[in-house]
Design a protein around this ligand. Structure first.
Ligand code: T46
Length: 135
């Protein structure tokens, strides 16, 4: 699927525990301009239902597990995030839905731009008809 993929972070693992460093532009393919995290989500809740026009993001399950359904006009794929040592890269023009948040889970998101509501496409038909990758 275009503009998506799993990134595995460097790991420092010793007797004292594990550490994953993430530097913008080095470990992920953009400079980090914003960080937010989603937690205390009930298991039946589904979030997202939008794509972005320009935004690049990396989603990391810091604790617990979270499923992410990604859609393009031609494909659909589900990732189960349950490893804080890896992140799911999502670039522009990808529809996303986050669900099955396990109890106590936290989803950390690294973003390439400040919050901008005009960058969202929240209507699925609009997402399909305006998608530049549509075949
Ligand atoms: C995305 C997925 C993975 C802000 O004011 N600033 C922010 O940086 C963010 C992310 C949200 N908000 C406000 C906007 C809404 O009133 O927080 C409220 C909830 O946001 P939203 O319904 O967009 O949350 P999700 O979980 O559906 O989507 C979020 C991100 O918005 C989105 O970019 O890709 O997480």
């Amino acid at each position: 699927m275009y503009n998506t993929g799993i990134i595995r972070f460097k790991l420092f693992n010793d007797l004292y525990g594990k550490l994953n460093p993430i530097e913008g532009g080095i470990d992920i393919p953009f400079e980090i301009k914003r960080v937010y995290y989603i937690y205390d989500v009930q298991s039946e809740v589904v979030r997202g239902f939008h794509s972005h026009k320009r935004l690049h993001q990396v989603l990391i399950a810091l604790g617990g597990s979270i499923k992410v359904r990604l859609k393009t006009p031609d494909e659909e794929v589900v990732y189960k995030l349950d490893n804080p040592g890896e992140g799911l890269y999502i670039g522009p023009n990808i529809w996303r839905e986050m669900y099955d948040f396990s109890k106590g889970s936290t989803l950390l998101v690294l973003a390439s731009q400040p919050y901008d509501e005009s960058d969202y496409i929240r209507n699925y038909d609009h997402f399909i008809t305006t998608n530049p990758y549509r075949s």
